[in-house]
Every structure is written in structure tokens, then in C-alpha cells.
Design a protein around this ligand. Sequence first.
Ligand code: ATP
Ligand code: MG
Length: 559
Amino acid sequence: MHSENAKNEPGESRNFIEEIIEDDLRSGKHTSIQTRFPPEPNGYLHIGHAKAICLNFGLAEKYGGKCNLRYDDTNPSAEEQEYVDSILADIRWLGFEPANVLFTSDYFQQLYEWAVQLIRDGKAYVDFSTSEEIAKLKGTPTTPGTPSKFRDSTPEDNLAFFEKMKNGEYPDGHCVLRAKIDLASPNMHLRDPYLYRIKRAHHHRTGNDWAIYPMYDWAHGQSDSIEHITHSICTLEFVPHRALYDWCIEQLGIFPSKQYEFARLNLNYTVMSKRKLLQLVNEGYVNGWDDPRMPTISGLRRRGYTPASLREFAKRVGVAKRENIIDVGLLEFCVREDLNKTALRRFAVLDPLKVVITNYPEGKIEWLETENNPEDQDAGNRELAFSRELYIERDDFMENPPPKYFRLSPGGMVRLKSAFIIECTDVKKDASGEITAVHCRYVPESRSGQDTSGLKVKGVIHWLSAAHTRRAEVRLYDRLFQVEDPAAEEDFKKAINPDSLQILANAQVEPALTGAVAGEHFQFTRLGYFCADPDSTAELPVFNRTVTLRDSWAKMAGK
Ligand code: ATP
Ligand code: MG
């Protein structure tokens, strides 16, 4: 899966775009480079966009160039200010700052004037045929197209028609402006593509100024050219558009930006198209664009992913020329690696079971030291209260354990991490047979760090003193989709995992976690990495599990 790209580790070898850039700088074709990230503000950015951001901004950083953010806002109906704002916030959160924040709509007047120039040169015409007629006359990849009866209108007539289009004298869809290129081209994109359409819609920036809007192919290359973009990097589906990109720039004789294509990021168990993500939001399958199950940058942030982990992920994925699918396990591997170094360790008991230490004096409290982060000596230690009544994880106890069960069971011993060895002496149940408490004896001379008991126990579990905990809500996540390639399903929503969110309302945590600020990361010992959610209140902290500790991907990949 990702192995073919793993070669592109920094320092080891350059990816093909870096090779092109280095050639261009060496040959003097360019003295510096300029890239751009061109999102359409019709949704929140996702992990695929994060890849494109890291690539474009990363190249500019590496070669001392500049990278613009350019909102590709040529389609008024789907675009909103909320999306514009979230896009810039996500780019900054990832750790990049655009050299300029620009909008394609700022170029509408220039693009219009260039269309007039093209018409004057006899290279564009207004076609009043219906879209069905135009589609039919285009032919097929193996048969040439047929000219529409408007193809040979004079430039004077076309200028007048285009003027009327612009002035709103025709209804929506009444006609289009088309480039006059080659109806026999094997590249269907060159068979007189649309340049402008009539659409009356309120635009988020230009309001009702325009009744016509440029098509992607007329807007994109020229916008790149206006900004002197040297390397216009996009995904593979634009390969057949490249000839048109070059044609437009050539006809106008403007700065020759060049388009280069790489394989888009695909992740298994994930849908990535904004249209599908919008459906998940609008139809209530998730709780908004930033739901921690979403592959959006805002969802990943809320889940507990760090900017460094996403940048590392983008680096490891590399830049490929062929479509491929990346295992979502690689993303999890990257965040584990980062949080392992930085996250403070804390004890939390998600599903508490009471333990009574019958030989521990009532009212006595001992404070036991434990490390905040064994990976970071500067993180120091903290003290945990130990007392007669404790909580352990309900599934760290089994009444009838299978062989080789090393956690707590009747007559068995286990070590409480950073504390004592305990031995289970009795099990208490309610009328329905549900276990309500476990009675144990502790071994006073087995205190961690000062153990003179000579006992050897295999299991180590976490715990909390019952009188010293705070309640917290913990949200555990599973994959949002049950199949590897949900987009390939007839209805991707039928592949949604009904159990992707589990809410534990009665988790118990160390008191120190009460004041956790949204976005703070922790490792809950033995349970995984967690991140405080913005839903947290002073009374009730809420934690999202970012990822478990188990690293099945790394084992699988032989890391
Ligand atoms: P989607 O199809 O997911 O809605 P899009 O391509 O329509 O995405 P844009 O806003 O047009 O979204 O994308 C902005 C930039 O991000 C483009 O240059 C596009 O090529 C790039 N991009 C989008 N999706 C991916 C992806 N999965 N992997 C890499 N780059 C991507
Ligand atoms: Mg797009």
C-alpha cells in the first residue's frame, strides 16, 4: 500500500516535482518558485487537502519561494463565508502562512476582458444550442464532433452576444461562450470547451455584479498566470485539462504557468469528497463538519490529531504519479509517534469496578509517585492518592478467567501500577448477579520502587483512589465506515458503522484532569491517547479517544 511511496523520505530521495523544480532553478528557467493552494470554498478541508497544503507550502518553504492561498470561488451557489474562514484557520493550524490570500473572483473583470480578446481574435463564440445539442455534437472519443450552427458567427456578432450575456439580457442557460479549438481532437476537453455560463446567483464576494461566471478551465490557468505561479500542482484527474490550460495561456500570451499532476490521497475506510462529507453532515450521520469521526482537518483536530502528526503523515505518504490507497493505520501511527513524546500520562478508569483493600486501614491515605511521561524526563512526576477503596477497570477483573489471564481474578495477584501488589479474596454481587465490588488484600512490602516482597506477578493494571476521582465523559470512536472503499458502494451511507461512537458517561479520572482545556492531549495509561473536547465544562470534562495504544499497523508493516 504505502510502501511504493515510502522511498520519498526527506533526505533519501526527491519526489518527481522536486526534481522538476530543481531542474528549473538550475537551468535558470525560474529564479524562484511560486506555488498556490486553490480550494473551492464549498466545504471544510479534509485530510486530502492537508496533503496538498503540505506539498504546496512545503515546496515553497524548501526552495525559498512563496505559496498563495487562492480561493477558487467561481461557482457562486455552493460557496459560503463560513467555509472561507475555516479554510484559512485550518491552513494556519497546520503550521503554514499564505504569502497572499487571494480570490479568483478578484480576477473576474480581467478574465472577462481576456474572453473579449479571444472573441475578437476569432477564437471563441457564443453558442445558443441547448446543452443536450452541444453534448450530442461533441461526438465521442473515437468519432469527431460536428460544428454547431453558431460556430462561424462573426467576431462582431459574438462580441455583441457576449455583451448581452454579461448584461443579463438572456435567461440562465440561454447560451454559453465556447473556445473555438478542435472538434476532431482526441482530447474531448479541446472540442470547443465552455468558457462562460449565465447564472444569476448571489456571489459571496461580488454579490449580484455578474450574471456570467467563468468555467474552471478559463479561470484556473489564467489566475495562476496572473499570480506568476511557476508550478501549478494539482491532482491526476486534471491531466486531460492540461492541453487546454496551456492553450488558453498561449492564446493570451501571458505568463506561462505550468501544471503538474500527482496522485490524490485516498484513505481506506474513509470517504473524502466534499459532496459526500456534506451529506453526512446535512443528514445527521455525524455531528457537524468537526465531528471527531470526520476526515476533515477540523474533525481530526477535535479528535486529537496534532499538526506535526498530519505533516509527518503527508511526508510519509510521499508524492506519487499513480493512484493508490493509503492504510488509515499509517495516520494513526503518525499521531501515536508524536503524542508518545509529548502527552502527559494520566490514570483514568473508563468503566469503574470498586475494589476494597480489606487490610488497609480506613481513613489512611498514602501519596505514591508516578511519572508524567517516561519519554520526557522534564515532564517530572506526580503523586497519586492510595486508600482503602479503589476503582479498577471492570474488564481488568474476571471471575472465571481463561488460562494465562494475568489480570485480577479470585485468588490471583496483580500489581497496581506505581503502587502495591493486591490479591483478590472475595467477590461481591447484587441480587441480579452483577459484580458490585471485589475484595482484596494488599502486600504492604510490595510498594513500587521499594518492593521487598519477593513476589513475581505478571499483570499490571491502572487504578484510582475512589475518594480522589472526578467524573468525566469519555467518547470512544471506531471507524465511520465498515468497508475499505465506501465510495465504491452503491450507497456509501449503507456502509456506515452503526457503532462508531460509544459514550461513557461515568468514567473516573485523576482530579488534575478536571481543568483540562479543549485541545489538551493526554495518554490515559493502558487506554490510549485522549484529547479534551470543547464540550468540556468546569464540572464535567469530556475526552475524545484519539487512538488506542496498540499499534497493529506498525507490526503489520514490520516497523
Ligand atoms: P473534493 O473532490 O474532495 O471535494 P476538490 O478537489 O473538489 O475535492 P478543491 O477545493 O477543488 O477540492 O481542492 C483544492 C486543492 O486540493 C486542489 O488542488 C486539489 O487537487 C487538492 N485536493 C483535493 N482533494 C485531494 C486529495 N484527496 N489528495 C490530494 N489533494 C487533493
Ligand atoms: Mg474541485
